[in-house]
Design a protein around this ligand. Structure first.
Ligand SMILES: Nc1ncnc2c1ncn2[C@@H]1O[C@H](COP(=O)(O)OP(=O)(O)OP(=O)(O)O)[C@@H](O)[C@H]1O
Length: 293
């Protein structure tokens, strides 16, 4: 490479990095990026994606999770409901390594002990988390956000200056279509609606092809139409990914579960009931603690 080219390359890299640093993420994306491959790959041969047993988390003696058991199958879309303070967020924090339980076991596939891994390692092995608030790079375009998510994945051998391959461009196009943002590809992310930002962040997670997606109240603040489109999106992801969706919007849960899928109700840090939405809605204990309030 000639000195001129090297200089131009270094400048372009510095500009790009400055742009990204200046844009800043609008939320907590620490766990998803800066990954290092240090853990093995999950084994899904037994059909179980996530298995929690006896998980207990105490905060100053108060049990936010109290011997929680949960099992999610490979490709399953599981909705988790429960009143405020039931422990839903704490459960996600345990799965993603943000909070360490006092007791219990947590495995990803049949072989990966999540409790031995750091947050960054858990993201690396294929668990993606969507927080409630959208966290996108507001000053970059929709396309650049997806490109950045791809290049931040260290499994992909590409520096920031590396030109996208045809396959990578195809992948971005595929995700743009999936998240209904193809016409907005060149738009600055900060100008998107709340719902569109949520879709973009989900697209950024999908760029890294997670095996398990944890989604915390994804439709909070969305319009009815955006909520319906989000349900369609999640239904299209089911099967290829396992999804755990924490949600208060029962209409949305109904759309996702289609009358037959299992819903888990959490209360006081444990599973209170499991069954179809109709079953848990008819469960007296559930009505008492949650739905009937
Ligand atoms: N860091 C903490 N320190 C002390 N108590 C905590 C902490 N994090 C959570 N809690 C408590 O643990 C309980 C479970 O909280 P968590 O946020 O997991 O519930 P949630 O089901 O997600 O509620 P919501 O639907 O309101 O988001 C609550 O009583 C909460 O106040």
């Amino acid at each position: 490479m000639t000195p001129d080219l090297m200089e131009a390359g270094a400048k372009a890299l510095a500009d790009y990095r400055a742009k990204v640093a200046e844009a800043g993420a609008s939320g907590d994306r620490g766990a998803a990026y800066g990954r290092l491959l240090t853990a093995g790959q999950p084994d899904f041969a037994h059909g179980v994606a996530l298995y929690l047993e006896g998980i207990t988390v105490s905060f100053d003696g108060f049990k936010a999770l109290n011997s929680l058991n949960l099992s999610v199958n490979v490709g399953e879309l599981r909705c988790i409901i429960g009143p405020n303070g039931a422990g839903k967020t704490t459960m996600m924090d345990v799965i993603t390594g943000k909070t360490r339980p006092d007791l219990g076991t947590a495995s990803f596939g049949s072989n990966i002990d999540l409790l031995r891994l750091r947050e960054s390692e858990i993201a690396q092995i294929g668990i993606g988390r969507k927080f409630q608030k959208p966290t996108v790079y507001e000053q970059l375009s929709v396309f650049e956000n997806l490109e950045l998510a791809l290049k931040a994945d260290r499994r992909v051998r590409a520096g920031l200056l590396h030109r996208l391959t045809g396959a990578q461009l195809d992948r971005i196009g595929e995700i743009l279509t999936l998240i209904h943002l193809l016409p907005q590809a060149q738009r600055t992310a900060g100008l998107l609606s709340h719902g569109q930002k949520q879709w973009l962040e989900i697209g950024m997670l999908l760029m890294q092809d997670p095996k398990l997606l944890l989604l915390d109240e994804p439709v909070a603040g969305m319009t009815d139409e955006e909520t319906e489109r989000t349900a369609e999106l999640f239904l299209s992801l089911e099967g290829r990914h396992s999804l755990v969706v924490v949600e208060h919007d029962m209409k949305f849960v109904g759309e996702l579960t289609q009358g037959w899928k299992k819903v888990t109700v959490l209360h006081e840090g444990s599973v209170l009931a499991e069954g179809t939405l109709a079953e848990v809605q008819a469960n007296e204990k559930v009505v008492e603690v949650y739905l009937g309030r």
